[in-house]
Unconditional design. Sequence first.
Length: 566
Amino acid sequence: MTMNDERKSHFIREIIEKDLRDGAHGETVHTRFPPEPNGYLHIGHAKSICLNFGLAAEYHGKCNLRFDDTNPCKEEQEFVDSIKEDVRWLGFDWDDREYFASDYFPQLYEYAEKLIDQGDAYVDDLPAEEIREFRGTLTQPGRESPFRSRPPKENLDLFRRMKKGEFPDGSRVLRAKIDMASPNINLRDPVMYRIRRARHHRTGDQWCIYPTYDWAHGLCDALEQITHSLCTLEFENHRPLYDWFLDRLPVPHPRQIEFARLNIGHTVLSKRKLLELVERKIVPGWDDPRMPTLSGLRRRGYTPSSIREFCRRIGVAKFNSIVDLHVLENSVREELNKSAPRYMAVLDPLKVVIVNYPEDWEEELSAVNNPENPGEGTRKVPFSRELFIEQNDFREDPPRKFFRLAPGREVRLRYAYLITCTGVIKDPQTGRIRELHCTYDPDTRGGDAPDGRKVKGTLHWVSAGHAVSAEVRLYEPLFDRRDPSETNEGETWLSNLNPHSLRVLSDCRLEPTLKTVVAGQRVQFERTGYFTLDPDSSPQRQIWNRIVSLRDTWAKIQKKQGSRTT
């Protein structure tokens, strides 16, 4: 499956097509998606998934799924399983090409011994803090370790003893011998192996030394004969290091190409920060619908095709930027406008009694399922003397240009009748409006007046005696600043959390047709937005998540928030 039937040219595609014309890499395209299994995938990973799997499919090549599992302290099988589920949910498959960096631990170890034997690596006894100090800064060169001049034979003996577990954790590391004065700090004798007695989710206690990501990543690409290694921009300065390793070993040389990572406004896309949100219980879990994880977006109600379309729209660039959240929201909104069936739901109910409607009478009215798709037909909705409308659809003292219900005013009930408000019943103690009394015109069934009189306001409603009670969760962005990393003095990124990111409405009333909806189904609540039934729902208590509002309101929101959005 490609990202979209409509091709959108970008510099990576141009590089690949030139390589194919030149016969590079055996005239084939072999990519990989290489997540670290230390968290759940987020929308930024979706861009990489669509790019790697999409380009491989487009050029009749292959794409591997490889887990770069070099850090057993942070990796779990739970994350492996979730990653596979998310990739498949997005619509991609890796066939039998599922690999792990841990598959190559024996080969990586042999390559490390080869570098030691060549004089290109050495065992260092410096503590971690001194290694950092000796590396220097961006403006000052590093200093060579006093252990850098050890002969290869001694280094090889020490490295083998590290593997056997003869030394304490952190007491020794294996480092590449490159250039401590290099302007690229990644080339200042980077660590290749460290001693770490930690149980690995796949290899168990077989190893007590583990390769670093920088040592393993490029070599894993080479071992899998990857032709085009697509990485985000933060790896651009690591490419000379990967090339240095590859040039000294008898392995193929993948072509690394860097592209801009995805950044979305009002969102964090750092697995470390997302993990902190979960661990500090700021959100209940990785699949909270406010999270930008694929599992969170799935629970929120986003479709795989809408995310693929979003990735197609934003394209592939060489420079980092922030994509406005409304671009993502518009992708799912446009899809659901065509596909989601319409229903009526009252989220903040106000009771209406139609005083001239017979008490023992009810009827079924015809409602359109989706005006964007006439083929979906109609449904029956019950109508009775007592109804619910939205609280904000009535004003006792309406302002100018308020065209909904008010005392003495006539409005249209969607698919039903014209009604006129004749009375307002209030709670004698609080003064709160408890119910409205209205009359209806029986000659206006279907919502149109036979005499041609015009009514501006049209309201949705639900029959009180037939309504389904439900909880509805309204989500807003998790952060109220466009770039959550920007902070004022004394603040952290968590200071930018939006305290109104979740609003729970516990007394909502839905039309009875929604009794049969299954978890995950997406619908439109008329005049309100797009919603999906949450997996935690039960027949006794439905829980609905708002996917996205009915219209793009971001321009107004950002204007209201002012500097907090910039």
